[in-house]
Design a protein around this ligand. Structure first.
Ligand code: AMP
Length: 287
C-alpha cells in the first residue's frame, strides 16, 4: 500500500491495468469504512486499483460544529486501509486541496447542490452540501475513478452525490452500500467516540426508533404520522433532543404522507446527544 499526501504524487504510476475505485472518508476509520473499502476491491477485482482518501474537509463543517475536535487518527487509519486491501491512500492537506489553509479561497468556484441541498441535513447544516460536493468533485478530479462507493449511513449525501455525477455528467459510477452497525444496532460513526457511556446508551434510541418504524411498515402500517409517532416515542423516552425525524421518497427526498408500493420510502433521523449530533436512516418497505 502506498500513502500519498500530495495530489501530484497520484499521477498515473500507481494504477493497475483495471478499473479504479475510490472510497472517500474523513478518517477515524471504523468497520463501516473498512467494509466500503473491501467492497471497492470486490467491485474492481484484483487487477483494479482501490484508492482511499482521508481528508477532514473544513468547508462542510458549519461555524460552531466539530471541525477542530474531529478525531484525526492517521496511523490507525493506515492499518485499517492496509487490512481492507487498499492500494493507495491519499491524505492531502487543506492547503493542497483548496490553495488556502482555511478552506475556500474567496475567488473559488464551488458546487451548488440545488434544492436537495436545502432540506434535512442541508436545512440544519447550512452550506454543508456545498462544501461536501465541492470536495467530492475535487477528490474525483484528483483520483480519476471509474467508480466511487459511499455509505447509505449518510443517505442524503449519497443521493446528492448521485445527482452531482448525473447533472454534471462526471462519468463516475456511484455505488451505495448498506449501513454497518454495532451489534446493538447503533450505526457506526466516527462521532460515536464523542459519546459518554450514558449518551452511548441513549443513542440507541435512534436505531430503535427507526427499527420500530420499519417493523410497523413491514406489518402493514402505511400512515406516515403513525410511523413518525412510533419513532418519536423511542427518542423522547430516551430524552434525546430531536433535530428531525422524517419519512421521505428514497430518491427525491420529498415528504410522504403514506407508504405506497410505487414510491419506496426512507425514514431519516438526526438528533443531539449532548453536543454530539448523530444521524441514521432505514428503508421502509411494506408487507
Ligand atoms: P465519513 O468519514 O464519515 O465522511 O464517511 C466516509 C464514507 O463512509 C461515507 O460514504 C459514509 O457514508 C461511509 N460510512 C460512514 N459510516 C458508515 C457506516 N456505519 N456504514 C456504512 N458506511 C458508512
Amino acid at each position: 500500500m502506498m500513502l500519498v499526501t500530495s495530489t501530484s504524487a497520484l499521477d498515473g504510476a500507481e494504477r493497475g491495468p483495471g478499473r479504479v475505485a475510490v472510497v472517500m472518508t474523513m478518517g477515524a476509520l471504523h468497520d463501516g469504512h473498512a467494509e466500503l473499502m473491501r467492497s471497492a476491491r470486490r467491485v474492481v477485482g484484483d487487477d483494479g486499483t482501490v484508492i482511499a482518501t482521508i481528508f477532514v474537509n473544513p468547508t462542510q463543517f458549519g461555524v460552531g460544529e466539530d471541525f477542530d475536535r474531529y478525531p484525526r487518527t492517521l496511523d490507525d487509519d493506515l492499518v485499517v486501509c492496509e487490512g481492507a486491501g487498499v492500494d493507495v491512500v491519499l491524505s492531502p492537506t487543506v492547503l493542497e486541496v483548496y490553495g488556502d489553509a482555511n478552506g475556500f479561497r474567496p475567488d473559488a468556484i464551488t458546487i451548488d447542490p440545488g434544492p436537495l441541498g436545502d432540506i434535512l441535513e442541508g436545512a440544519s447544516r447550512r452550506g454543508h452540501f456545498r462544501g461536501m460536493l465541492t470536495v467530492v468533485h475535487k477528490l474525483m478530479g484528483m483520483t480519476d475513478p471509474d467508480v466511487a462507493l459511499f455509505g447509505e449511513k449518510d443517505y442524503q449525501q449519497l443521493q446528492v452525490i448521485k445527482a452531482l455525477t448525473r447533472d454534471l455528467e462526471l462519468g463516475v459510477e456511484i455505488v451505495g452500500m448498506p449501513t454497518i452497525r454495532e451489534t446493538d444496532g447503533l450505526a457506526m460513526s466516527s462521532r460515536n467516540t464523542y459519546l459518554s457511556p450514558e449518551d452511548r446508551q441513549r443513542a440507541l434510541s435512534l436505531s430503535k426508533g427507526l427499527f420500530a418504524m420499519q417493523a410497523a411498515a413491514k406489518a402493514g402500517e402505511v400512515n406516515v404520522s403513525t410511523l413518525l409517532a412510533l419513532g418519536t416515542k423511542s427518542l423522547t423516552d430516551a430524552q434525546v433532543k430531536l433535530d428531525y425525524l422524517e419519512v421521505r421518497d428514497v430518491e427525491t427526498l420529498e415528504p410522504l404522507t403514506s407508504l405506497t408500493k410505487d414510491r419506496p420510502a426512507r425514514a431519516l433521523v438526526a438528533a443531539f446527544l449532548g453536543t454530539t449530533r448523530l444521524i441514521d436512516n432505514v428503508a421502509l418497505t411494506g408487507p
